[in-house]
Ligand binder design. Structure first.
Ligand SMILES: Cc1cc2nc3c(=O)[nH]c(=O)nc-3n(C[C@H](O)[C@H](O)[C@H](O)COP(=O)(O)O)c2cc1C
Length: 313
């Protein structure tokens, strides 16, 4: 029997669990040069700001061992431009579109969500709370459970679409933040965003990123992401989109075993845009070989050691 890869993520019907993550494949045109976006479980757009914003100073990307540092700074043409220019393009494809939104003032999240609310062709709003809160000195909104909860509540009140809270890993207790967004009404969570990082050129003694610090993504962060997905899975009942360093189908299965309903692919697309086919095909074969009919049968089903002491680091 052929396995069924379809998943339902807070009411979004996905043909398979593979989602492209925000900021790693623009707003569709870049990836659509390679294949029909309809092969994906869902497509997430680059975070949309309320107004046009230039992003951070160059250089914005630096390579690192098994990963990439970036300090793109979310350049955006603004939400109106997204509606006029990008959304009509994405509507051509039979793929659920997740609209990621970002802001540096808390109230702007709800404003962007309410502007998007009248539009066709959006399946969910993803709230990127990893941005610096410029009104309180630049600390990320997402590191404060109370502030994150308020933002999610505001967005929920401003939209009919399901709301996905995208969590930052740069916190001590990610389960605490996940519980707070669930309480505020989030329909799902997605994680992880990039890990705060820095790299220095030893010849010039200058930071490799124009913004000095940035975020690390790619295979280097995968074990951190798997741990966080597992912690969030135990803490909340809403579904999880898990990502951070996924580049093979085996990585994808690991995230599903840790509790993810859908899995995201980002940095791996830079090297191989077709990697999504290998991930979808590999998961299907894994299921078929083991007689697994649906992904619910393995979601969160890791076998834990008997002794609790064995769980200590
Ligand atoms: C170049 C680049 C740009 C990104 N832009 C965004 C963005 O606009 N919004 C967002 O929420 N996350 C953004 N991210 C973070 C990714 O969506 C994702 O959370 C992170 O890269 C971890 O997944 P990966 O290791 O599969 O890339 C960006 C990541 C990269 C590498």
């Amino acid at each position: 029997m052929k396995p069924d890869l379809a998943v339902d993520l807070c009411g979004i019907s996905m043909a398979n669990p593979v989602v492209t993550v925000s900021g790693t494949c623009g707003n569709g045109r870049e990836l659509a040069r390679f294949y029909d976006l309809g092969v994906l479980g869902a497509f997430t757009v680059k975070s949309i700001r309320l107004e046009k914003h230039p992003g951070n100073p160059l250089p914005r990307i630096a390579e690192s061992t098994s990963g990439v540092l970036n300090s793109i700074g979310i350049p955006s043409e603004g939400v109106r431009h997204f509606i006029e220019y990008d959304l009509p393009f994405l509507r051509q494809y039979r793929v659920p579109v997740i609209a990621s939104i970002a802001a540096t003032r808390a109230e702007d999240y709800a404003r962007i969500a309410s502007i998007l609310d009248g539009e066709q062709g959006i399946s969910a709003i993803e709230v990127n709370v990893s941005c610096p809160n410029l009104e309180t000195g630049g600390c990320a909104f997402g590191s404060d459970p109370e502030v994150t909860g308020q933002i999610i509540r505001g967005v929920k009140e401003s939209t009919r679409f399901p709301v996905i809270a995208k969590l930052t890993p740069n916190v001590t207790d990610i389960a605490l933040i996940a519980r707070s967004v669930e309480k505020a009404g989030a329909d799902a969570v997605s994680l992880i965003n990039t890990l705060a990082a820095m790299s220095i050129d030893i010849e010039t003694r200058r930071p490799k990123l124009g913004n000095v610090t940035g975020g690390l993504s790619g295979p280097a962060i995968k074990p951190v992401a798997v741990r966080m997905v597992w912690e969030v899975y135990k803490a909340v009942r809403i579904p999880i989109i898990g990502f951070g360093g996924i580049s093979t189908w085996e990585d994808g299965v690991e995230f599903i075993l840790a509790g993810a309903t859908a899995i995201g692919v980002g940095t791996a697309l830079f090297r191989d845009p077709w990697v999504v086919f290998k991930i979808i095909g590999g998961i299907a074969r894994y299921m078929e070989d083991r007689g697994i009919g649906r992904l619910d049968e393995i979601r969160g089903k890791i076998i834990l050691p008997q002794s609790r002491d064995a769980c200590l680091p």
